[in-house]
Design a protein around this ligand. Structure first.
Ligand code: FE2
Length: 256
């Protein structure tokens, strides 16, 4: 019971602030009864379609991630997104890709350190990304989930390197109410090409980030966060031997 009160207080505080914010917007926009009923109907339809989570994540998840970024040193966190699977295999220098997609070769490499710049040995990087046609294994087109995902461990100097193929921009699910709203708003349902990385090391806070491609479409116009992660973690364009090189260093903060 002793823990119940602070939680209840927090619910009250946050719920009242949200209600206040929505009331202020309805007031400022002089929303009519017809518009209000249409909005409530839209939310009910979104719930029936199983898209309430998607709708919230598209508009609000990034704000909560950035709240976390205010408190934590090291590499900025980003959206985890809906396509993470915790059980991807450890890979030996190469993430499994499918020949039929003929993707551009890519090398993801870098170093994991703590905030003092010391290398973190044996840190785990859990990487997942789209296929060269913008799909995620385990979710789309029956692509087996061991493809386009893999874990790697850092070496004695904190370095890592893994081969894959370059991902591309993709559209979030857009056939339901969330896509309808985005289009009605004059927006779109595209995300810039990105690589997801979740880094963990003993005694340190995890970081879940996304690395973007310099010059990539939608970097400034991400349907989920506006400007992708406020322009952070955009990796400079670099090619070696025909492969796109993604130099991604990660800094993990010590856990208290
Ligand atoms: Fe993604």
């Amino acid at each position: 019971m002793s823990q119940e009160k602070p939680w209840q207080e927090r619910v009250q505080e946050v719920a009242l602030a949200i209600i206040d914010g929505v009331r202020s917007a309805l007031d400022a926009q002089n929303v009519t009864m017809e518009e209000y009923r249409t909005g409530v109907g839209y939310l009910m339809k979104t719930a029936q379609a199983g898209e309430l989570g998607l709708l919230c994540d598209v508009f609000f998840n990034i704000t909560v991630v950035n709240n976390q970024n205010k408190l934590q040193e090291g590499t900025r966190s980003d959206l985890e997104g809906p396509y993470y699977l915790p059980d991807s295999p450890f890979v030996d220098g190469e993430i499994k890709t499918m020949e039929e997609f003929e993707g551009e070769p890519m090398v993801i490499q870098g170093q994991v350190t703590n905030t003092e710049g010391e290398p973190l040995v044996g840190a785990v990087l859990d990487i997942w990304q789209s296929t060269p046609n913008g799909k995620y294994s385990g979710y789309h087109d029956n692509i087996p989930q061991e493809y386009y995902r893999g874990k790697v461990r850092t070496n004695a100097d904190g370095s890592y390197s893994v081969k894959s193929t370059t991902p591309v921009p993709y559209e979030i699910p857009n056939q339901g109410p969330t896509g309808t709203l985005l289009k009605a708003m004059g927006s779109h349902t595209w995300r810039p090409a990105h690589i997801h990385l979740k880094a963990s090391a003993d005694g340190h806070h995890n970081v879940t980030m996304q690395a973007y491609f310099e010059g990539g479409d939608y970097n400034d116009n991400d349907c989920c966060s506006g400007k992708c992660n406020e322009g952070q973690n955009i990796i400079p364009r670099k090619y070696e031997d025909g492969a796109r090189i993604m130099d991604i260093d990660l800094v993990l903060a010590k856990a208290a």
